[in-house]
Design a protein around this ligand. Structure first.
Ligand SMILES: [Zn+2]
Length: 293
């Protein structure tokens, strides 16, 4: 009898150890994060993080450092699955991969979710997984009331020219191509030649929430947000500033529109007529991976 109760004590202890391992949250420090932000995100104190990680100076945390968040349950909110929802779309809209979301909810088969099911969506560091937009651009974008459900795709283009500006393209589209709404894209991102490197131009078509003129299909133009990067990526690569700003812009749009990461695409991928746009040196799969998580 005595031996038996020992076993039970042992099992209980083992279970406790595993439970605490399983619930330990580890946070990887991202660019610009402070310890108090991280603590706030997980609903724990700065002191407890410092203690658990042997940190003496709260200002001395480094990019990429892995912090144990003691007693830190990952913060989450609850979401009720609606008919037609897919786990990957819910995940994308929350800056997660479907794998992360499935793991967080103990879901084995990502295709087996049902309407009415309540899942937990982890919060905490999702907003910081992409570079931030410059404050002035974000403020200007926040002014536009996005037509809910209108936009289904984000389509990336290059200008095909080494030097260009939104102004120049607007003139070309208006005068040569006879487009009454001018600039065919919703956004242009400069490369430092003709426009600032990484400078985001917000076009009228976006402000007015009207269709683009960047694809050959009228139907696709009506549901696709067009972003043009200045440059000829058949000859050169986009600048790193351009790629950083593109990621920030796409993250913002995908979140607000909202658009599934599967629908973040390029001209050549979506177009019905053959085109090389946005060029062989545009890092399509690398870029898309940033949104898959
Ligand atoms: Zn194009």
């Amino acid at each position: 009898m005595l031996a038996h109760s020992h076993w039970r004590t042992w099992l209980l202890l083992l279970a406790l150890v595993f439970a605490s391992i399983a619930s330990a949250v580890v946070h990887k420090v991202k660019k610009g994060e402070t310890l108090s932000q991280i603590a706030g995100n997980y609903g724990v104190t700065v002191e407890s993080i410092k203690r658990a990680n042997g940190i003496k100076d709260a200002n001395k945390i480094r990019l990429g450092q892995r912090l144990e968040i003691p007693g830190g349950e990952q913060a989450f909110f609850e979401y009720t699955i609606k008919p037609g929802d897919s786990l990957s779309e819910i995940a994308a809209q929350n800056g997660l991969s479907s794998r992360q979301l499935a793991r967080f909810n103990g879901i084995r088969n990502v295709n087996k979710i049902r309407a009415g099911q309540v899942i937990r969506i982890p919060t905490g560091d999702k907003a910081k997984s992409h570079p931030a937009l410059p404050a002035s651009i974000k403020a200007s974008l926040d002014k536009t009331r996005i037509k809910s459900g209108k936009w289904r795709y984000i389509v990336i283009h290059h200008s095909g020219t080494l030097r260009d500006s939104a102004k120049g393209m607007d003139r070309y589209h208006r005068e040569e191509r006879r487009m009454e709404n001018g600039l065919a894209y919703h956004f242009v991102i400069g490369n430092g030649k003709g426009m600032g490197d990484g400078e985001i131009f917000v076009g009228d078509r976006w402000k007015k929430q009207i269709q683009g003129g960047h694809l050959s299909s009228l139907k696709l133009n009506q549901i696709s947000i067009g972003i043009c990067l200045v440059g000829n990526f058949e000859k050169t690569r986009p600048t790193s500033k351009q790629m950083e700003r593109l990621e920030a812009l796409v993250a913002y749009l995908a979140d607000k529109a909202p658009i599934s990461f599967r629908h973040i695409t390029t001209h050549t991928t979506i177009n019905t007529n053959p085109t090389v746009c946005p060029g062989r040196y545009f890092p399509t799969s690398q870029f898309k991976k940033k949104f898959e998580g």
